[in-house]
Design a protein around this ligand. Structure first.
Ligand code: AMP
Length: 191
């Protein structure tokens, strides 16, 4: 079993996950994190990745930690969304939001959570947040799409697209929404 230190995460992330009580990476994290942090080809390009793990086995950290690490290395434009996490439900968006708050505690990464099921005030707040940009956006597809259709949102600097519980999103019927969102993203990105 490897330690988090050996996976290539920086000190600020290591401190934050230590404070979350994480001692060792879970198998999905040990498998995924080094792959996402390495293996670039000669053009600096990395391939896409699909990972399968049951609920409750640490998959959220398996993508959030490497994204935080890669953002901390710099090079992504400021005040633009650099990573987009699509999730099937509002509840999952809130969970990812909370985990990220813990992981990013010592890092100056910013993020916004975009989900439906609340009032017009929240819509307007999410619209402003999205227009101002955050390094990471966590969103349910339906709400993100309404915002994309109604306001000026720039997703052309998304380097990382994460489809969390992709199978469930397709079961729910989000295929068309996801494809429309992807049409706003650059082709050169890691999914
Ligand atoms: P997830 O599968 O992402 O929903 O994670 C399930 C739970 O495991 C969450 O409460 C995480 O905070 C927790 N968790 C994730 N990774 C670790 C780890 N390496 N050590 C201990 N707990 C973890």
């Amino acid at each position: 079993m490897k330690s988090f230190e050996e996976l290539g995460l920086n000190e600020r992330i290591l401190q934050a996950i230590g404070e979350q009580g994480y001692e060792y990476p879970m198998p999905i994290q040990e498998a995924v994190i080094p792959v996402l942090l390495g293996n670039k080809d000669e053009n600096g390009w990395q391939g896409d990745l699909v990972a399968l793990a049951q609920t409750g086995t640490g998959k959220t950290a398996a993508y959030l930690l490497p994204v935080l690490e890669l953002l901390s290395r710099g090079g992504s434009p400021e005040n633009k969304v650099n990573a987009l996490v699509l999730v099937p439900t509002r509840e999952l968006a809130q969970q990812v939001d909370q985990l990220l708050a813990g992981f990013a505690y010592y890092q100056d990464t910013t993020w916004i959570a975009i989900y439906g099921g609340n009032d017009g005030v929240a819509f307007a707040q999410q619209q402003r947040a999205l227009e101002q940009g955050g390094d990471i956006a966590i969103a349910t597809p339906g709400r993100l799409l309404s915002l994309l259709r109604h306001c000026k949102v720039d997703l052309s600097h998304v380097d990382f697209l994460i489809l969390d519980e992709a199978d469930r999103m397709l079961d729910i019927g989000f295929y068309d929404d996801i494809m429309e969102i992807i049409s706003h993203l650059p082709k050169e990105r890691q999914t």
